[in-house]
Ligand binder design. Structure first.
Ligand code: ADP
Length: 279
């Protein structure tokens, strides 16, 4: 029981008694504990659901490949195979995101941190999204500083983070858009700035896009699908690297700009020597 003591003053300002108020906190503690338990159950359920939904995707992917390879017999089969493959990729991505959310909540993600050349992260990110960029006829302007930029990072998770932001820029920009990926650095930080001239984000929603299940376009247009968890994962992964992510936009219809800032480390010794010999 929590006791609260309050002095009772008389008219002349002297303490004439003490009011003791007792609160039984047992219920509150129990309620909190069961909330934590409920949270844990929810995470475990989410992980199980994602696993169960992910498993049947492998045979469907195999069928899509068989159909694609049957192009010579009937070109229509390849079209069906392509559609199937695209949908399987989309579902796999959603399931992976769901698994990541639950793993992050349960502290089950171990980063494999090592000195990482940031230009490799940028190249791998662009490579993985080149076909999506082409499909929407976007132009990508790449602005990178020639100096070596190194971070202490998990390259898979960094590529995942940048890909997510770049993929959003592709998704939320009408066909034929202009996307810029810029890398800048000072002595302590590396910044990657991904901006687009797409649908933009209204000022009141800019603080919310990193929240779980946040979807700005919810009331306007849900044609882009998604669960509203990608940016939450990116924020948590970037924070696990000691970095930050922020967004700015001049408002709806005026494009968006996402900035990821990571701590910079100096280039590993052998790389610095190799670079000197290359000169
Ligand atoms: P989703 O899977 O819905 O894209 P995200 O967490 O990646 O989820 O993004 C959350 C929301 O932020 C999106 O639903 C979208 O409304 C908004 N958003 C993200 N990136 C952009 C962007 N480049 N332009 C406009 N809106 C964006």
């Amino acid at each position: 029981i929590d006791f609260i003591y309050q002095p009772i003053m008389n008219a002349s300002g002297h303490v004439s008694g003490i009011l003791v108020e007792g609160n039984n906190v047992t219920e509150r503690v129990l309620a909190n504990r069961s909330l934590q338990e409920q949270d844990k159950l929810k995470d475990e359920f989410l992980a199980m659901l994602a696993h169960e939904l992910r498993n049947p995707l492998a045979p469907i992917r195999n069928v899509s490949e068989i159909l694609i390879n049957m192009e010579q017999r009937d070109p229509k089969l390849k079209n069906i195979g392509d559609i199937l493959a695209r949908q399987v990729r989309h579902m796999t991505h959603l399931m992976d995101d769901l698994l990541d959310v639950s793993r992050i909540s349960q502290n089950l993600i171990n980063l494999q941190l090592e000195p990482t050349d940031f230009s490799d992260i940028v190249s791998l990110t662009i490579e993985s999204l080149q076909s999506a960029l082409d499909a929407k006829h976007h132009t990508l302007e790449l602005v990178v500083t020639p100096e070596a930029l190194y971070v202490n990072g998990d390259s898979t998770r960094l590529v995942q983070s940048l890909s997510n932001v770049l993929n959003n820029a592709i998704k939320y920009t009408p066909d034929g858009g202009h996307i810029t990926l810029e890398c800048v650095a000072d002595t302590d930080t590396v910044q990657v700035i991904i901006s687009d001239n797409g649908c933009g984000i209204c000022p009141s929603m800019q603080g919310k896009v990193f929240e779980l299940f946040a979807q700005v376009q919810q009331t306007l247009d849900r044609s882009q699908g998604g669960l509203g968890i990608g940016l939450n994962i990116v924020q948590r992964l970037v924070q696990m690297h000691g970095g930050t992510i922020s967004v700015s936009s001049q408002g709806l219809g005026h494009g968006s700009c996402f900035t990821i800032t990571l701590p910079r480390i100096s280039a590993p010794k052998n790389t610095a020597v190799e670079a000197a010999f290359a000169l």
